[in-house]
Design a protein around this ligand. Structure first.
Ligand code: ZN
Length: 467
């Protein structure tokens, strides 16, 4: 913590930058929780709430002069500790930068401030018969700035890509307060380095994203959702290929549940009913989006009939109403049931589909060797090669968490996989970064960090440490 005189000076300078009302410190800070997942009060020297890019710039200039670390906060729904702050930090919250500045149905783009809530943008697009396709569980709190800074993924990546694929341009403020406005509004623009990519997925370490131009799509006129049971992982892979080929680009989600996940979310006290027998090894939740309800339904049913005939699927239900559609997704989203198998850790990893089964077997073999009573609940966005695990080792104590992490992460090197598919690195996965990125790659990240933030002030300690 700074001395009283330093604190007074810092607070006065921040107040001059953004107005006294928008600088929270002391008692006014104690009312704020530390995060979405936390009930503890937030610890910081101050929390500042700018309303414009110019105010963000003024705040960062104040902090740069004083070599004051700054942690940027969006919706706080992250899962890797990216927003964790201490009593020595200034927190920069973009919650007041929540304006949708433009939403154009002809150009099919939206210009937004970084603090816009994801769901707010989804609804604004929908009202104009457009789709902002990014969708994830935290939609009601997560912000566009946070989605961009973490390159968020979610449920529709197979069709629309990650957040990176939805950003046309953005504006960011560098550590010294320089505003880099790169608000491109065109799909094609080859004019040198694509600077926006420096900030997408950088977790706020190279600059603070303040505004963005994002791509919108036409709103689908129809949506089909089905749920199938399968006998083997080989059939899961073939079924994905068959559906993607037969639906001609309409496939928008391909989520897979291993049997243990399905049993957990359809057995009391979970409130979802099992739509199919619990006795199959794999289940897939499949969604397509199209432009012609009757033709789309017919095409889906024909594809499903093909899959039956080829022996790829054992049983299936097709949602006949919005209520049935929601019920199928509610199973997939009921990740709170994981805790029932005991205390443990959640994982988000990526591996090529062709190597996924071997990788899962390798992880389970390592867990079994060390933890005879382990449970590994498995599900994920299979269409994207993205797996989620919840591992309960069946024992507690020193070093257990790390041993579980090593069992999950270390085999990834053999399968050319990634320790983070869609959650980022933050603080939680930093120690394992070298399993997914080479020493030269990490050195280049350090070079970029050094060039843009030489005093290591923006979200310090996230992703990498200085060289
Ligand atoms: Zn996910």
């Amino acid at each position: 913590m700074g001395s009283v005189a330093e604190d007074t000076d810092l607070i006065a300078a921040l107040q001059a930058a953004v107005g006294a009302d928008q600088v929270l410190h002391g008692e006014r800070l104690a009312e704020r929780p530390a995060g979405f997942w936390s009930r503890h009060a937030l610890q910081a020297r101050a929390l500042v709430r700018p309303a414009t890019t110019e105010e963000v710039s003024a705040i960062l200039k104040v902090c740069h002069q004083r070599r004051q670390p700054v942690i940027t906060h969006g919706g706080l729904t992250g899962l890797v500790g990216g927003a964790i702050c201490s009593a020595d930090d200034v927190v920069l919250s973009l919650e007041r930068m929540n304006q949708i500045e433009e939403l154009d149905p002809v150009d099919r783009l939206a210009r937004v401030q970084a603090g816009v809530i994801l769901q707010q943008l989804q609804e604004a697009a929908d009202a104009q018969d457009l789709l902002f396709p990014l969708d994830l569980g935290g939609r009601g709190s997560a912000t566009i700035g946070g989605n961009i800074s973490t390159n968020a993924g979610g449920n529709r990546v197979i069709r629309y890509g990650m957040t990176r694929d939805l950003v046309l341009g953005l504006e960011a403020v560098l550590a010294d307060g320089t505003v880099v406005s790169s608000m491109n509004q065109m799909i094609k623009n080859n004019t040198g380095y694509d600077l926006k990519q420096l900030f997408i997925g950088a977790e706020g370490t190279l600059g603070v994203v303040t505004r963005a131009v994002v791509k919108l799509s036409e709103k689908p006129r129809s949506q089909q959702t089905l749920f199938v049971a399968l006998n083997s992982f080989a059939e899961v892979k073939q079924f994905l290929k068959l559906m993607d080929a037969r639906l001609g680009g309409a496939l928008s989600a391909f989520e897979v549940m291993w049997q243990n996940f399905y049993r957990l979310v359809t057995t009391e006290p979970a409130t979802n009913q099992a739509p199919l027998s619990q006795n199959y090894p794999f289940y897939a939740l499949v969604e397509s989006m199209g432009g012609d309800p009757e033709a789309d339904q017919a095409r889906l049913e024909a594809a499903l009939a093909d899959a039956y005939e080829a022996g790829l699927i054992q049983d299936a239900v097709v949602a006949q109403s919005e209520a049935q559609r929601s019920a199928l997704w509610a199973m997939r989203d009921d990740v709170r049931q994981m805790g029932r198998v005991g205390p443990g850790s959640s994982f988000d990893v990526s591996v090529r589909l062709s190597r996924m089964e071997d990788y899962v077997n390798a992880v389970n073999a390592r867990l079994a060797a060390r933890f005879p009573d382990f449970t590994n609940i498995i599900f994920g966005h299979l269409g994207d090669g993205n797996l989620h695990f919840y591992v309960a080792p069946g024992q507690t104590g020193d070093g257990i968490k790390e041993a579980v992490e090593r069992a999950v992460y270390e085999p990834l090197a053999d399968y050319d996989g990634s320790i983070s598919a869609e959650h980022g690195i933050g603080l939680s996965k930093k120690a394992y970064l070298s399993l997914s990125r080479s020493a030269d790659e990490i050195r280049l990240m350090q070079t970029l960090k050094q060039a843009l933030d030489p005093h290591n002030l923006l979200n310090p300690g996230r992703i990498i440490d200085p060289a």
